[in-house]
Design a protein around this ligand. Structure first.
Ligand code: ATP
Length: 307
């Protein structure tokens, strides 16, 4: 498989760039010749990945964290369709959050990633598309690999992204969650799954999930599969700071699905808008690109994934 690596040199605290000579030699020994490009800033990974797919690379590998994976997935698409539906996404995880890789049980070891890249095995991979309103009030869309969410999760992601992540992935999210919950006032959101009826719900957070984890290890959608053609939606209502402090273990383990304030559903499309006029931020694979109203649509098996 002709392989191209999209490398975020700043990932893993800058170690990816600093240790590139060593890393690339190891990659070469495992998979033979490969192309590569370094990212320089926001959405650069999407541009580089898109060019690689257009140039006929059959496997494009994100070398970085969840943000890089998201951008690379965006690069597989042009004008609303996959450039090459047989092209495969590969991942060499180097991030701080690591929520994408957790759904597959992948660790941070380079050897494990190289074993996947050299195996030749791929599986269908569903991609999410979210249409939303950006911070300038303009309609925008973006593909996502893992989870799009709104409510307190987006407030937390916003807090975490503002911080330097100096506390480390997990602690940054715990601290961001505490700060987010203190200032959060639950909006009433009207949502519709597929062609169902619209319902107003008071929202702590809603996760529209392809993968299972967000917030640096919270198992928000334990039943989600990236190849079943469906979103698993988790709706959290009525939770506050006390719940997070006293019951947080259940959020990380997935046990929260049995709690009174958690509701789960499956669908192919999901629409939501603020009912009470509050601004409701959205989070897409860890970034906070805008706010509701939003519509998420699953694109079943739109590309392939190296496993
Ligand atoms: N050369 C660069 N210099 C600075 N920032 C960069 C560069 N290349 C990419 N970026 C930024 O890095 C972000 C992606 O980071 P990435 O996801 O790889 O690592 P992370 O944030 O440590 O991991 P995670 O998202 O898993 O927490 C993107 O928002 C992108 O704008």
């Amino acid at each position: 498989m002709k392989t191209f690596l999209v490398v975020n040199p700043r990932s893993a605290g800058g170690q990816t760039g600093k240790r590139w000579a060593e890393l690339s030699a190891q990659v070469g020994r495992a998979i033979g010749e490969f192309g590569h490009g370094f990212t320089e800033g926001a959405m650069d990974a999407a541009r580089i990945a898109r060019k690689a797919v257009q140039d006929g690379y059959e496997c494009v590998v994100a070398v970085g964290g969840d943000g890089t994976i998201n951008e690379v997935v965006n690069g597989f698409f042009l004008e609303g369709r996959a450039i090459n539906p047989r092209a495969a996404l590969g991942v060499i995880p180097r991030g701080t959050g690591g929520d994408f890789r957790r759904a597959f049980g992948w660790d941070l070891e380079l050897d494990s990633a190289l074993a996947r890249l050299s195996s030749g095995e791929t599986e269908p991979f569903d991609v999410g598309l979210i249409e939303y309103v950006n911070h300038e009030g303009k309609p925008e869309q973006r593909y996502f690999a893992n989870i799009a969410s709104f409510g307190v999760s987006a407030v937390v992601a916003h807090e975490v992204n503002k911080s330097s992540k100096a506390l480390g992935g997990n602690l940054s999210f715990v601290w961001g969650t505490v700060k987010g919950l203190i200032k959060y006032s639950a909006p009433v959101v009207r949502f519709r799954a597929d062609a169902g009826t619209q319902e107003p719900v008071s929202v702590t957070a809603v996760a529209v999930a392809n993968g299972r984890y967000f917030g640096s290890g919270m198992c928000v959608a334990p039943g989600a599969l990236t190849h079943d053609g469906l979103f698993n939606v988790t709706v959290w209502s009525g939770y506050g700071l006390n719940d997070f402090i006293f019951k947080s273990k259940g959020v990380y383990s997935g046990e929260h699905v049995t709690w009174k304030g958690t509701r789960q559903l499956q669908c192919r499309s999901f629409e939501a808008e603020s009912e009470d006029g509050q601004e409701v931020l959205i989070e897409v694979d860890g970034e906070v690109p805008g706010r509701l109203p939003a519509k998420m649509t699953i694109l079943p098996g739109a590309i392939r994934l190296k496993v």
